[in-house]
Design a protein around this ligand. Structure first.
Ligand SMILES: *Cc1c(COP(=O)(O)O)cnc(C)c1O
Length: 389
């Protein structure tokens, strides 16, 4: 607005914090194309029985009342779900729930990061770890992964020893590169983080697609938390529900920075209901893992370098081609993948989310076509893609 014609004295507009003014927001661009394989969502919605049961359940919510503040029902259900993976099992006191695992991460940063403290990431990794940490005023220090995106334990040791961080983030499987950490290496990192007096956060947004989980290392006496989400495996990205598993004293401390009644009654009901469809979820994960093998094998035939994935996506680099040009040609063919080609450390790379078998076939056909030297140029002159990377 540039009003002010009434001539009154006008003050200056407030400005945001100096440290925020330098930051860019986080965007995951969407385009209206037929095949959307760019944000690692599940390809199908939740089972119809879930939606029907949810419609019935919400009529029982006391909408005029604040929700159950501690969300104990949902936390108990999650403890029952994940308990078998944790030696000694889990109680609701070891579970924190929030509005997406991004809010879980923000809560961790508010409590264990903040002004004067440092969070460490190992790049390339999930951009929101450093972004959310910075939003909370936490200093971010980044170490590098090896050339094939593995964690370099010597680098971890050096970075942790020199920065004495309040928080260290690992992402396993790592987004966007795909590999999961072994529990031996998570345990080594945990020793280093513990020696520095910090908290180790293992982001397992894709944990169900991987052969092992850091849940096996969770213990009341260890500064380790594991975060998971309903956004990927549970086909419920729209629900905005995520959680953390860790020592009860960490969960307690995190409760201290949550807003009162942060988790609404609808979400508490929906989360408990979703967990009742565990078998269906496991079948879907198994189907996507099968598709992952099939798509990876097909990529081998297309002059495309790709990295082994333990998740529901595959990072790949078209050889002898410009990554963002290939991306654009696929968009023109109605297939949207994530263009990581200009991200630090990911030169020329694209990331495809595994979809239904039909969607994956469309992806492979569009990629083959985009890679073909004889392909006719079908690029639309006014292609909308370029501003949406
Ligand atoms: C998708 C994703 C999340 C999910 O965040 P929500 O807020 O739960 O949707 C968290 N971490 C990583 C690494 C992800 O890729």
């Amino acid at each position: 607005m540039s009003g002010g014609t009434t001539g009154g004295r006008r003050g200056r507009r407030p400005t945001v914090r100096d440290d925020l003014a330098l930051m860019q927001g986080y965007h995951s661009p969407q385009l209206d194309v037929e095949v959307r394989l760019n944000t690692n969502e599940a390809p199908e919605g939740p089972p119809v029985e879930f939606s029907a049961a949810l419609a019935r359940e919400i009529t029982g919510i006391d909408w005029n009342r604040y929700p159950e503040r501690s969300a104990l029902g949902l936390r108990s259900a999650i403890a029952a779900l994940e308990g078998p993976a944790v030696p000694g099992g889990l109680t609701a006191e070891q579970v924190l729930v929030a509005n997406g695992s991004n809010e879980v991460l923000q809560t961790v940063c508010l409590a264990y990061g903040g002004a004067g403290r440092t969070a460490v990431t190992f790049e390339p990794t999930y951009a929101l770890h450093s972004h959310i940490a910075a939003l909370t005023g936490t200093t971010v220090t980044s170490g590098a992964r090896t050339d094939d995106f593995a964690l370099d334990l010597a680098e971890v040791e050096a970075v942790v020893a020199s920065s004495q961080p309040g928080i260290v983030f690992l992402c396993s499987p790592n987004n966007p590169t795909g590999g999961a950490e072994s529990n031996q290496s998570v345990a080594r990192v945990l020793e280093m983080v513990e020696a520095a007096g910090g908290l180790l956060v293992v982001d397992e947004a894709y944990g169900q697609f991987a052969p092992q989980s850091a849940l096996a290392l969770v213990h009341e006496d260890r500064p380790l938390v594991v975060t998971r989400t309903f956004s990927k495996t549970w086909s419920a990205a729209a629900l905005r529900l995520g959680y953390l598993i860790g020592p009860s004293w960490v969960v307690d401390a995190l409760g201290g920075v949550l807003l009162p009644y942060h988790l609404d009654a609808f979400k508490q009901v929906a989360g408990v209901l979703a967990l009742g469809f565990r078998d269906e979820m496991d079948r879907r994960v198994a189907r996507l893992v099968e598709e992952r093998g099939r798509v990876a094998a097909a990529l081998d035939t297309l002059a495309v370098h790709h990295w082994p994935s333990d998740a529901n996506y595959i990072l790949f680099r078209p050889e002898r081609a410009d990554g963002s040009e290939v991306w654009q040609r696929m968009v023109d063919a109605g297939v949207l993948v994530r263009d990581c080609s200009s991200w630090p450390g990911l030169h020329g790379c694209l990331r495809v989310t595994l979809g239904t078998p039909g969607e994956n076939d469309r992806f492979l056909a569009a990629l083959a076509d985009a890679r073909s030297p004889t392909r006719s140029d079908r690029r639309h002159p006014a292609s909308p893609g370029s501003q949406y990377r």
